[in-house]
Design a protein around this ligand. Structure first.
Ligand SMILES: Nc1ncnc2c1ncn2[C@@H]1O[C@H](COP(=O)(O)OP(=O)(O)OP(=O)(O)O)[C@@H](O)[C@H]1O
Ligand SMILES: [Mg+2]
Length: 381
């Protein structure tokens, strides 16, 4: 295989030293060397105007401009070429200075130092090329990072626009919905004339739909408030056991109607948490509501366990369960997995998750398809 050509600039005022180096390089078979020999720093600086060299061997002890001065001037020109300094013996301090000024390495002029020149060149070329490769990669990474940051900023802006849009639409819907509901209520109560049975029936269906729509609008407003950081917590000392009990009561009729059990496993005494009552109630409604909604056989159990500095709440059911790969997704907006036949929008869990996060708590689900689900949330006390 043809050897790689290496252009070496040798700056050495001692002709015998230079000759020996050249000879040794001729015998070395790592590269095919093309050596240009100059005797002064001034000459080197002139030669480097066109910079066609791969490596430079620069003697420190030169007449007039010494090696350090020459090195500094070359470095000031941003020439990307490794420079190996040939120094006097035992001058470690000088070597440190040279490296600081940008020399790649140094070789002390010991007896027969010329023998080590090929090895030094090989090592230098390897390290220098690795360094270039590293720098190139680092630049590419920095560029990619910048691109990603830009894309991310754009996406965040889009997301914000979308949230604003949803919030505005929901807000615009809220007032007309309230008016529609009020008017329907007036009609239903007979303020606009007698209402016949059939009409009452139809009004009842319309009410159901309107109520669903208002719930959706309120959910969307809640979520956009949380997402934009505008949701504030009105914290107070609450007995979470009593609060859970109250919510459970409101689901009893529904559970009875479906012939499923609704059980509680609570501590004997109150467990106080520092939380927003309305928001925490919302979490219980959403979780127990889901459990009752999705369970058609068996029971729903709400469990409260007092831990060190925290309280753990579990809502367990014997419903259809959630496939493992969907367990994280269901906390995303509009994610509906097994519920296509059940009423809902897919906002209950994301709202619960956000409210719990606002309270510095966490929520997760343990479930298997066909084996029921257990939603677990933990809150600081
Ligand atoms: N207890 C549960 N058992 C089985 N699947 C559940 C249960 N809770 C939630 N899921 C699944 O997670 C999805 C998301 O729940 P989430 O409460 O966010 O929405 P939803 O109940 O469908 O609608 P919404 O709560 O907005 O009325 C549900 O559609 C259902 O697929
Ligand atoms: Mg729900």
């Amino acid at each position: 295989m043809a050897k790689e050509k290496l252009r070496v600039l040798l700056v050495e005022d001692n002709p015998i030293d230079a000759m020996i180096v050249k000879k040794i390089l001729q015998r070395d078979n790592a590269f095919e060397y093309e050596v240009v020999h100059l005797v002064s720093g001034e000459d080197a600086l002139l030669k480097l105007e066109n910079w066609p060299y791969d490596i430079m061997l620069l003697d420190y002890n030169l007449p007039k401009k010494n090696g350090l001065e020459t090195l500094k001037e070359i470095k000031a020109r941003n020439i990307e070429m490794p420079i190996v300094m040939i120094t006097g013996q035992g001058d470690e301090q000088l070597a440190v200075t040279l490296i600081k000024e940008g020399a790649f390495d140094y070789l002390p002029k010991k007896e027969n130092y010329q023998d080590s020149v090929p090895l030094m060149i090989r090592k230098t070329m390897m390290e220098f090329r690795a360094k270039l490769e590293r720098e190139k990669l680092q630049k590419e990474i920095a560029l990619k990072k910048e691109e990603l940051e830009k894309t991310n900023a754009k996406l965040m802006e889009l997301d914000r626009m979308k949230s604003d849009f949803v919030a505005n639409v929901a807000h615009e819907l809220k007032t007309p919905l309230t008016i529609i509901k009020g008017n329907l209520d007036n009609i239903n109560q007979g303020f606009a004339g007698e209402v016949r049975l059939k009409q009452k029936e139809i009004l009842g269906d319309v009410f159901k739909i309107i109520n669903r729509l208002s719930r959706l609008v309120n959910d969307l407003l809640d979520l956009s408030k949380i997402e934009s950081g505008k949701m504030e917590l009105n914290r107070e000392g609450l007995d979470i056991v009593a609060l859970a009990g109250e919510v459970i009561k409101t689901f009893e009729t529904l559970a009875d109607g479906k012939k499923i059990g609704l059980a509680k496993e609570f501590p004997e005494k109150a467990v106080t948490v520092n939380a927003d009552k309305d928001k925490l109630t919302q979490v219980f409604i959403n979780l127990i509501g889901n459990a009752v909604k999705f369970t058609d056989k068996g029971s729903v159990t709400v469990r409260i366990i007092e831990l060190q500095g925290e309280v753990q709440v579990e809502i367990q059911d014997t419903g259809p369960g959630i496939p493992q790969d969907q367990a994280d997704k269901i906390f995303d907006k509009f994610a509906r997995v097994v519920a296509e036949k059940k009423e809902g929008t897919g906002l209950g869990l994301p709202i619960a998750k956000d409210i719990i996060a606002l309270h510095k708590g966490r929520i997760r689900v343990e479930s298997q398809s066909g084996k029921g689900s257990r939603f677990i949330f933990i809150m600081p006390k």
